[in-house]
Design a protein around this ligand. Structure first.
Ligand code: FAS
Ligand code: PHB
Length: 393
């Protein structure tokens, strides 16, 4: 089996890259260890930066996103009863974000790939990458208990945090930077009216809560919980009661509750692997970095990686250039670290953290400054809508 680009992982990173390459006429194969149904069943991100939206349009998979996505020109930060709106549109000369679930992004990309008749090997696990420093690397994957070999020119490691790609970079080359937060997010998905027209990030004495949505009739809410918590200990009623206790009274008084469609606890970490490339292997998306979801950056960082990798591969195949290859990692990392910073900042500012009294006073003072100054609000807004994608040259 041969192709130009072997893509490991059929999450948003792998599928978006595959679609962009297909439109550019660059042959590619996607290998995914789970079933398509399983991949679609994972409930994750909900906010798309304008850069992600533009990339979906470039990939030609924007019709449903444009029809069903909800443009949001702002969001709120509530400190107890004190609500501040971050006017994204006004503070960023007209930029906004789009509420459109990662599940829908993945569905659109899957359908486009099926429609184009492109090869996607589901329920096939990549077990080894070979020849990364040769001109003909190979991907070994298991299919129906048989080992199969895919020859290619380049490998896109889009296989997420627990994938095989990052582990294929030698230990004396790879540097991993990690910060694990001492709490998780308990998320609940329900067919209930959203708590408000826009997202509300709530800082309360009982802990952080986020009121988000997937549509005007489907909500996604989160509660900060200790890492020791088990999802089975959280009945729907307990979740709703705790959410009401963490949001402003007027939000709680009109909050529509209902049965959960999904409930899960996700740990929070900041993680960056360097470099994001090794020989003919390029890491993109969660394979190379993880952010705490407080800044809504996880999925969106995957988009900027994919944009850079796609631009690089086009320069190789359409212009015969190889001089840009060694710039991939440094180009991606510049934007990644700035998104890591913003995600860490939002997490540190808004969550209930252990620490001394003065630690909490200093954080409260910083948040008070940011929420009451044009410069502070602008900083939050331009990071939230997404910083510009960095260019390879
Ligand atoms: P993914 O992990 O989505 O996809 C990688 C794919 O590779 C998977 O399908 C996996 O099965 C496959 N794979 C792994 N190893 C393989 C192998 N050896 N062979 C073949 N295939 C292999 N981001 C936000 O912006 N907001 C959020 O609220 C948010 N919430 C999240 C909640 C959770 C529980 C998690 C885990 C992540 C969340 N994220 C959120 C981040 C998330 O959206 C990621 O950024 C996004 O899924 C990144 O997409 P990919 O890079 O494609 O990685
Ligand atoms: C979500 O809707 O899942 C969501 C929105 C914003 C975040 C994190 C998660 O910061």
């Amino acid at each position: 089996m041969k192709t130009k680009i072997a893509i490991i992982g059929a999450g948003p990173s792998g599928l978006l890259l595959g679609q962009l390459l297909h439109k550019a006429g660059i042959d590619n194969v996607v290998i995914e260890r789970r079933s398509a149904k399983y991949v679609l069943g994972r409930i994750r991100a909900g906010i798309l930066e304008y850069g992600f939206v533009d990339l979906m349009r470039e990939a030609g998979v924007h019709t449903r996103m444009d029809a069903e996505g909800l443009r949001h020109d702002g969001f709120e930060i509530a400190i107890g009863e004190d609500r501040t709106r971050i006017d994204l549109h006004g503070l960023t000369a007209g930029k906004s974000v789009l509420v459109y679930g990662q599940t829908e992004v993945t569905r659109d990309l899957m359908e486009a790939r099926i429609g184009a008749g492109l090869p996607t090997h589901y329920e096939c696990e990549v077990i080894e990458l070979r020849g990364l420093n040769t001109g003909k690397p190979t991907v070994v994957f298991r299919s129906d208990h048989e080992d199969c070999v895919l020859e290619c020119d380049y490998i896109a490691g889009c296989d997420g945090f627990h994938g095989v790609s990052r582990r294929s970079i030698p230990g004396d080359t790879l540097r991993e930077h990690e910060k694990v937060y001492p709490f998780g997010w308990l998320g609940l998905l329900s067919d209930t009216r959203p708590a408000s027209d826009e997202l509300i990030y709530n800082k309360s004495d009982r802990g952080f809560a986020l009121c988000s949505m997937r549509s005007e009739s489907r909500s996604r809410h989160y509660l900060q919980v200790p890492l020791s918590e088990k999802v089975e200990d959280w009945s729907d009623d307990r979740f709703w009661d705790e959410l009401k206790a963490r949001v402003p009274a007027d939000v709680a008084s009109t909050l529509e509750t209902g049965p959960s469609l999904e409930k899960s606890i996700a740990p929070l970490r900041s993680f960056v692997a360097e470099p994001l490339q090794y020989g003919r292997l390029f890491l993109a998306g969660d394979a190379g970095h993880i952010v705490p979801p407080t800044g809504a950056k996880g999925l969106n960082l995957a988009a900027s990686d994919i944009s850079t990798l796609f631009t690089l591969l086009v320069s190789i195949y359409e212009q015969g250039r190889t001089d840009l290859i060694e710039r991939y990692s440094e180009t991606c990392l510049r934007r990644i670290w700035k998104a890591e910073r913003f995600s860490w900042w939002m997490t540190t500012m808004l969550h209930h953290l252990d620490g001394t009294d003065i630690d909490r006073k200093l954080i409260d003072a910083e948040l008070d400054y940011y929420l009451n100054s044009e410069a502070g609000l602008t900083t939050i807004a331009e990071n939230y809508v997404g910083l510009p994608f960095d260019r390879l040259e």
